[in-house]
Design a protein around this ligand. Structure first.
Ligand SMILES: O[C@H]1[C@H](O)[C@@H](O)[C@H](O)[C@@H](O)[C@H]1O
Length: 542
């Protein structure tokens, strides 16, 4: 959708008295009687956009899930020698490390250039990374290709939930954002299947990594027909374009007067921007206006100061980083990366197929989350599902204590006994609990932040995710060796218990709230009791 509207002046550029008068008028103008909570069903347009944006999730899942089969099938194709342990570690961790480096940067770009531009840039990186890996003939080339993919995954993982969250009507925001988690977990299932399919083909790994080009190229083309988010457009001074997008989002929904609702949402967004600008203007030192790059740097610094200096924003950042940190530190991805190794050590003859159960369970229970997240609520779903994870982990730890783990699969006892089966069942239980809650709720992060710091806040939380992901990837095998498998799984259970306590104390219920209303909850404190009371009332009414 091409934007032909000339940019109106940014609110910050309007003389201060005029702007304060406008803020007062706006307060009186917001139509408090119409809000999104009365919407009955979202229209086709928003579903279409969610699915198109979700393709990045598919690439995220595929590119992270594909590494285990790629490493096995490379054999001595790179540098004419088998891969060493160091090669494997570098190839694996290059992706999460580059995702960690790039996500804060794309947070700044998504504010300056728009959410859609970052998705577009990620697609170019996905294509480049896939081709680079498929053509390389050296270990160094492979590490470079994985790094490019890491930069793509880092950008996409933060910007897609942000894009979907800023477009979705409040009552469906949870479900819509969970669609991107469905694509991630679906991408991981596809990666396992394709990896297994090409495992016996000569140079099959080149196909495995190269196939990633296709969805990225398709999404690249689709992006030219997709709009920017209305929130970003209002902030960039393109209110009429924002209005057109909102009309398309709400068109076809039952239960509301679309025109009145669009006006009300636009006014709410403007009011939020004005309030935030007021905070910045009050805190800004008076000095000559900056130009060019120094203006950009100053605005990033102001943004950061606003993020950590304003109480509500700081609380949002703490919650988002805490959730993203525990999503990884609970150890889930060690199963994604190493479950085939574990299953072969405990005696399964087809470890890849057994690992597929892990990926499939993850996908199927994300579907459950999709149905439940707006009805049950983000906070409640976490409080209910984390204990299931603890149970699964402790059962795993218990079962491991009965097994003598061999150093490699050649010295194992081939007759399957009961404990390996208990391990698979316990891991499945853990993964089901993870997929319902911690696997997807942290990606709802963007709703916690007001518009002015949404992009930067989400990007920093995403960097926490990738930092913790890298840490788990690097420490899992040494922990298994030094703490024993039982000790390792008990540590992960400890992380989950800590997560449960933190969620209970500081994470308010945000389900069902309009995007502009979440900030209100965190303004004077964590807002837990009040938000839970209101969510209960909303549930009773519906
Ligand atoms: O939300 C996703 C999902 O749960 C994936 O299965 C996992 O591999 C990712 O690390 C996580 O961010």
């Amino acid at each position: 959708m091409a934007d032909t509207t000339a940019a109106e002046p940014l609110i910050a550029e309007v003389p201060r008295e005029e702007y304060l008068r406008y803020a007062d008028e706006l307060d009186g103008e917001v139509d408090e009687e119409v809000d999104e909570s009365k919407l009955v069903k979202p229209g086709r347009f928003i579903w279409g956009l969610t699915v198109c944006a979700g393709v990045s999730g598919l690439l995220f899942g595929y590119d992270t899930g594909v590494i285990s089969s790629t490493l096995v099938s490379i054999d001595s194709d790179l540098s004419a020698r088998p891969l060493t342990t160091l090669d494997k570690s570098l190839i694996t961790s290059a992706t999460s490390f580059f995702a960690l480096l790039v996500s804060p940067l794309t947070g700044v770009l998504a504010d300056a250039l728009g959410r859609k531009t970052v998705i577009l840039a990620a697609d170019i990186l996905f294509v480049l990374g896939a081709l680079w890996q498929a053509w390389t003939s050296s270990v160094a080339g492979m590490i470079a290709g994985r790094s490019v993919v890491g930069a793509a995954v880092g950008s996409a993982s933060f910007v897609v939930p942000l894009y979907i969250g800023e477009l979705s009507p409040g009552p469906w925001r949870g479900r819509m954002v969970t669609v991107s988690s469905l694509f991630i977990t679906g991408g991981q299932v596809v990666a396992y299947i394709i990896g297994w399919w090409f495992s016996t083909t000569v140079h099959g790994w080149r196909w495995i990594v190269g196939i990633g080009v296709l969805p990225a190229a398709v999404q690249f083309v689709m992006l030219f027909f997709m709009p920017e988010t209305p929130r970003w457009l209002v902030r960039a001074g393109k209110k009429e374009s924002a209005r057109r997008v909102l009309v398309s989002v709400y068109e076809g929904s039952e239960g509301v007067d679309v025109k009145r609702l669009v006006n009300s949402v636009l006014k709410r967004v403007e009011r939020e921007i004005l309030e935030e600008e007021e905070v910045v203007v009050r805190g800004r030192e008076v000095g000559p206006p900056k130009q060019g790059w120094s203006k950009r740097v100053e605005s990033v610094q102001e943004n950061f100061a606003q993020l950590v200096g304003v109480g509500g924003n700081r609380r949002a950042l703490i919650i988002a980083c805490m959730l993203q940190g525990v999503q990884q530190l609970c150890g889930f991805n060690s199963l994604m990366y190493f479950s085939a190794t574990i299953f072969s050590l405990v005696g399964f003859r087809s470890p890849t197929l057994t690992s597929l159960t892990i990926a499939l369970t993850n996908f199927l229970f994300t579907l459950v989350a999709f149905h439940a997240i707006d009805r049950i609520g983000r906070r409640r779903i976490l409080l209910l599902s984390i204990p299931v994870m603890v149970l699964g982990l402790l059962l795993c730890a218990f079962a491991f204590s009965f097994l003598d783990m061999p150093v490699d699969s050649s010295s194992l006892n081939p007759t399957l006994k009961i404990w390996p089966l208990v391990i698979v069942a316990a891991m499945t239980l853990y993964v089901a609990g993870y997929a319902i809650g911690l696997g997807n709720v942290p990606w709802q992060q963007s709703e916690l932040f007001p518009l002015s710091v949404r992009s930067l806040g989400s990007a920093l939380a995403t960097a926490t995710n990738w930092g913790s992901n890298t840490l788990v990837g690097l420490t899992f095998l040494p922990m298994m060796q030094f703490l024993s498998p039982t000790g390792t799984f008990v540590v992960y259970a400890g992380v989950c218990v800590t997560a449960w306590v933190c969620v209970r104390r500081i994470y308010p219920e945000t389900a069902g709230l309009g995007l502009e209303d979440v900030g209100e909850v965190l303004r004077v404190g964590w807002g837990v009791e009040e938000s839970v009371r209101r969510a209960r009332e909303r549930r009773r009414r519906s």
